[in-house]
Design a protein around this ligand. Structure first.
Ligand SMILES: NC(=O)c1ccc[n+]([C@@H]2O[C@H](COP(=O)([O-])OP(=O)(O)OC[C@H]3O[C@@H](n4cnc5c(N)ncnc54)[C@H](O)[C@@H]3O)[C@@H](O)[C@H]2O)c1
Ligand SMILES: O=P(O)(O)OC[C@H](O)CO
Length: 333
């Protein structure tokens, strides 16, 4: 039987553990708090992140990272992106030497501008062939309700991607393989920034034309960055690009979208952070995505605008006027 360790017991870690168990894997979740481990092992529920959802028998939890890691064919990492480096430094010595490390995270590291798979390779000292990424339109609450969803599993080694695909394929969860790790990760990280922009537009009371324009031009700037970094343009028209943008930018379940809506309604950054109980990766990653864009000489006006609104206090109305008064351009440039 395939054994999986899932490090991180938030909404997505728990929902994906359910997927793996439903696909026939034996899953051990690592959580920081003993009370949560007890609720999972005895109550079969994660009351903090997925209240009311019954977890399958194939999911167990522990606070001991060594116990979680023991014998794992796949080691799934799903903590907030900015905490990955420090956490993985502790876990790496405990991992089986042949385990495949799987990132579910959709962020870019602040300071280094590294993608999560790059952080994993560096900290766990593993080759790219042992690192995979799972991404796509996967709102955790819908997946936990076993509503149909498709996803992408990406690895430079297609055989590894196929093995992971088999490990998480269920009647309601349909993963496709891809070897474009760079494109898949960028799609996931930048869509959070664009979802902030769309949320801000919603909060300001702008219409569907404005939101569709943000989504489309957001995808254009994501693709520009991807091409500069060696990604395949087709990836951005797929589940990791357009698919995830559509889900995140249209769903009130999205934390990034909701975060933006609160800002657009006039809440301050501090107030918005105070009412946000879960991880909205775009809030920090907008800065690292902009850093990445500058390192690669790519123009990302929407990402830049999100950074100005979120971190520099620019009023959304002023930002909107500036965006609309940019010089006229061809659609492709
Ligand atoms: N929730 C979703 O719908 C969804 C879907 C796809 C991808 N993702 C991505 O998955 C990743 C995790 O998101 P989530 O939704 O599970 O977040 P979450 O906020 O629901 O849970 C985060 C988890 O990380 C833990 N955590 C927080 N700080 C930590 C630290 N310093 N060290 C160790 N653990 C820490 C929390 O206790 C919690 O268990 C993010 O990168 C997110 O973009 C989320
Ligand atoms: O809630 P969000 O904004 O982190 O989005 C969740 C997923 O990434 C959607 O695919």
């Amino acid at each position: 039987m395939t054994r999986c360790a899932v490090f991180g017991t938030g909404s997505w870690g728990t929902a994906f553990a359910m997927v793996l168990a439903d696909a026939g894997c034996e899953v051990t979740l690592w959580a920081r708090r003993a009370a949560l481990v007890d609720a999972i092992n005895t109550g079969r529920t994660n009351p903090d992140y997925l209240p009311g959802v019954e977890l399958p028998e194939g999911v167990r939890a522990t606070t001991d990272p060594a116990e979680a890691a023991r014998g794992a064919d796949f080691t799934v990492l799903t903590v907030p992106s900015q905490t990955l480096r420090a956490n993985l430094a502790e876990w790496a010595p405990l991992l089986p030497s042949d385990t495949v490390l799987v990132s579910l995270m959709k962020g870019v590291e602040l300071g280094t501008a590294k993608r999560m798979s790059e952080v994993i390779e560096e900290v766990a000292k593993v080759p790219a062939e042992r690192v995979a990424v799972l991404t796509g339109p996967n709102l955790a609450k819908e997946v936990a309700a076993r509503q149909p969803a498709a996803a992408v599993v990406a690895c430079v080694d297609e055989d590894v991607a196929r093995r992971l695909q088999a490990a998480c394929h269920t009647p309601y969860f349909r993963p496709y393989t891809n070897t474009d790790v760079v494109g898949c990760e960028l799609g996931g990280a930048v869509k959070n920034v664009i979802a902030l922009a769309v949320g801000i537009a919603t909060g300001m009371g702008l219409g569907d034309n404005a939101k569709a324009s943000l989504i489309t031009r957001g995808l254009a700037e994501t693709t520009r960055l991807g091409l500069a970094m060696g990604a395949d343009a087709h990836t951005f028209a797929g589940l990791a690009g357009m698919g995830d943008l559509v889900a995140t930018c249209s769903s009130p379940l999205s934390r990034n979208n909701t975060f933006g809506t609160n800002l657009g309604r006039g809440m301050s950054l501090a107030e918005t952070i105070a009412v946000t109980k879960q991880t909205a990766e775009g809030v920090k990653s907008c800065e690292s995505v902009l850093d990445l864009a500058r390192r690669h000489g790519v123009d990302m006006p929407l990402t830049e605008t999100v950074v100005e609104i979120v971190h520099e206090g620019k009023p959304p109305l002023v930002a909107l006027k500036q965006l609309m008064s940019r010089s006229a351009k061809p659609e492709r440039h």
